[in-house]
Every structure is written in structure tokens, then in C-alpha cells.
Design a protein around this ligand. Structure first.
Ligand SMILES: *[C@@H]1O[C@H](CO)[C@@H](O)[C@H](O)[C@H]1NC(C)=O
Length: 190
């Protein structure tokens, strides 16, 4: 009986691994090329206000952005990203407020942020209506207030020395997302 050398198995195993790696890479490439050129173009134009990478990742995260054909569609997608972010953070603030360990000062700041985020949620609902009726001027004004709100919430924490904002990352996200939505609204406005 002929005995196969271990090196044969090694070679076979290695080859199979290599082949599947190549296949995986090709699949990745396919995924990567499945981007919407309108998103890239829009993010390039928005680059002055929003980091290109952030813009790309945010818009591509929306399931319906791949088949958006018009800037107007991307604008609505970006406003909805703002809305979803606000909804999620508002819920997170409530969750933090239930935490018995939160000190009185943090609690006060979180209460403020909850108000701010609740107002912003109402604002973004109006923005969606304004946007859909092409009242871009109003949408612009209200979106600026959402952007300010993200900063206002964050500033509350920075007033106290050494206090870390538990919402920093989320406020940053909202700030950048609303700057992005604002930029697209302005492209439609002017
Ligand atoms: C909020 O926006 C950021 C940036 O796009 C994203 O990474 C994060 O997942 C968003 N969160 C929600 C709940 O939409």
C-alpha cells in the first residue's frame, strides 16, 4: 500500500485554504464595488463640512441608499439617519437615568439632555415633513437647531471639571450626522 507523505496533506490543505482565501477576497471586492456613485459624489462635495469617510459609512449604512438615484433621496436618507440616532440616544439617556449609581450632577445633566433630545426628535419629525414638501428653508433652520442641540448636551458635561460625558460619542455622531444632512439640504436649497 502506498503511503501518502504528510507533506502532500500539508500541500493539499494549504492549497484549499489559499483557494478559499482568494474566493473570499473576490467576494469582498464584489461587495466593495457595490457602491452608489451618487453617494461618493455627494460625500466629496460635502467634504468641507463632513469627513468623507464618515459621510460614506453613514450613507452606506442605510439599506436603501444603494439604489438612490437622486440627491433628494439621499437627503431624506440622511435626515432619517439623524432621526434614528436621536431616537436611540434618547432611549439610552432614559436607560442611564434608571441607573441608581448616577450622581446628582450627572443626573441633572442627563435630564437636560433628555429634554434636548426630546425636542430634537420633535424637530426632526417636522424636518421630514418640511423636506417632503420641499420646504428646504425650514428644514435647514430646524436641522441647524438639531446640530446645536448635540453641542448643547455635550457642553453641559464640560462645565464640570473632570466629568466625562457618557454621551460624548453619541453627541459627536449626532453632530456629524446633522451637519451632513444640513449640507445636503443646502445643496438642494441653493
Ligand atoms: C448613529 O450614527 C453613527 C454614525 O453614522 C452610527 O455609527 C450609529 O450606528 C448610529 N446609531 C444609530 C442607533 O442609528
Amino acid at each position: 500500500m502506498m503511503k501518502l507523505k504528510p507533506s502532500f496533506f500539508f500541500f493539499f490543505f494549504f492549497f484549499t485554504l489559499l483557494a478559499s482565501l482568494i474566493a473570499a477576497t473576490e467576494n469582498d471586492l464584489e461587495e466593495e464595488t457595490a457602491t452608489n456613485p451618487l453617494i461618493q459624489e455627494t460625500c466629496r462635495k460635502a467634504n468641507l463640512n463632513v469627513q468623507y469617510g464618515f459621510c460614506l459609512a453613514a450613507l452606506q449604512s442605510a439599506p436603501d441608499s444603494l439604489c438612490a438615484d437622486f440627491l433628494r433621496e439621499l437627503g431624506l436618507i440622511s435626515v432619517k439617519l439623524v432621526r434614528d440616532n436621536i431616537t436611540s440616544t434618547r432611549c439610552y439617556i432614559k436607560y442611564l437615568l434608571r441607573d441608581i449609581k448616577a450622581g446628582p450632577y450627572v443626573r441633572l445633566r442627563l435630564d437636560d439632555c433628555l429634554d434636548i433630545y426630546s425636542d430634537s426628535l420633535l424637530a426632526v419629525k417636522r424636518i421630514i415633513k418640511d423636506y417632503q414638501s420641499k420646504r428646504y428653508g425650514y428644514a435647514n433652520m430646524e436641522m441647524s437647531s438639531v446640530l446645536d442641540a448635540a453641542m448643547a448636551c455635550e457642553d453641559g458635561f464640560e462645565q464640570e471639571e473632570g466629568l466625562m460625558s457618557p454621551l460624548m460619542k453619541r453627541n459627536d455622531n449626532l453632530y456629524m450626522l446633522s451637519a451632513m444632512a444640513l449640507t445636503i439640504i443646502n445643496m438642494l436649497l441653493f
